[in-house]
Design a protein around this ligand. Structure first.
Ligand code: SF4
Length: 350
């Protein structure tokens, strides 16, 4: 079977090239062709010898691991890209323009095992992890379509990135290595529901922004909407967050989905502020998107404002993030909602 070179991180590619009997610097030339010049075949790589190109053809490939199935554009400028995988499964990426920023939200799994009750992706369950090439190709394809204008990446699409840690870290290395895509780690954020041991491992393996989906200030309340809390309760999670090594001058982010009459009271805001006191962080408040078949309500506008003001009164950096792309189901917690769950093949669980 041919090795897809986009499944290898920079060190692994170097080893692969050395195993072909070539000098290690060739791997950096090849990376530049794949990630900077968007080469589509080895024959494009004109500064490599014909002998090396022949060897690469015999043992490897740089073919796209995804096929673009469709694109939906929202009235607010957001675009959702639906990709078909080799096994017929589908994943989504969402491009969110915001002033000079053009942020791509990418997926790391088909479905998700974490079972957050406010999230439509959770309804699919976990079908399988994405390979490294399936993660990085979301960026390469959407960036090419959009004239290389993507400035930021968030790992907040379908799936829990830390439940697919090896491929997530490989893809992060490809995005941030100067010989590959070369984005600053400050512009790349990994989001997690709170898999505490994996947060620790992520911090040991790479320096990157972290965003933690908190969503409730009490364990009982959080466990109701995020089963991961039963294994890793809030105190344990926040202890690990305090130790996470961020890029210079970056803050940890906490996401808090405000659900009407569930976690949006003034007392909830006060409790949240007390919990986060002393942590160098910012808080994104995300009013819940009402989406069938999930029974939660959106919060009232005055509750959102009051919640934010209470956090401010404690000196916390809290902003309200309006979900983008509602009309195309590209908003937070809505990915994978548009096509029937039975279309997802379930035989590739890993
Ligand atoms: S919110 Fe994120 S972690 Fe939770 S089920 Fe949805 S995709 Fe998975």
């Amino acid at each position: 079977m041919l090795t897809n070179l986009k499944d290898l991180d920079p060190q692994e590619l170097e080893q692969f090239i050395i195993a072909l009997g070539e000098m290690s610097y060739r791997s950096r030339q090849i990376s530049k062709w794949i990630f900077n010049r968007y080469a589509e075949s080895f024959s494009d790589m004109t500064d490599l010898s014909i002998g090396l190109r022949d060897k690469l053809c015999s043992f490897s490939t740089i073919e796209n691991s995804l096929n673009l199935d469709s694109r939906m554009d929202s009235s607010d400028g957001t675009s959702k890209y639906l990709f078909k995988l080799f096994d017929g499964n589908k994943i989504e990426s969402v491009l969110i323009p915001d002033g000079k920023r053009n942020t791509l939200c990418i997926s790391t799994q088909v479905g998700c095992a974490m079972g957050c009750t406010f999230c439509l992706t959770a309804r699919i369950g976990k079908i399988r992890n994405l390979s490294t090439s399936e993660i990085i190709d979301q960026f390469l394809i959407v960036n090419k379509i959009n004239n290389h204008s993507i400035t930021n990446i968030v790992y907040m699409g379908m799936g829990e990135p830390l439940d697919n840690l090896d491929n997530t870290v490989r893809s992060l290395k490809l995005l941030t290595s100067k010989d590959c895509v070369g984005l600053s780690p400050k512009r790349v954020t990994v989001s997690t529901s709170g898999l505490v041991p994996k947060i620790k491992e992520l911090g040991n393996r790479i320096t990157i922004n972290l965003s933690v989906s908190l969503n409730a200030p009490y364990n009982e309340m959080r466990s109701q909407i995020m089963p991961v809390n039963k294994a890793y309760p809030i105190k344990v999670l926040l202890e690990q967050c305090r130790k996470f090594p961020l890029p210079n001058r970056k803050l940890l982010t906490f996401e808090y989905v405000l659900i009407g009459e569930f976690n949006d009271s003034d007392n909830d805001a006060i409790r949240l502020a007390e919990l986060l006191r002393g942590i160098n962080c910012k808080i994104n408040l995300i009013p819940f998107n009402e989406a069938q078949p999930i029974d939660f309500k959106a919060p009232k506008d005055n509750k959102v404002i009051s919640f934010q003001k209470i956090l401010w009164s404690y000196g916390l950096n809290a902003r309200v993030r309006k979900s983008r792309g509602r009309d195309i189901l590209g908003a937070c917690g809505q990915l994978a909602a548009r096509y029937p769950l039975e279309n997802q093949k379930r035989k590739f669980i890993n």
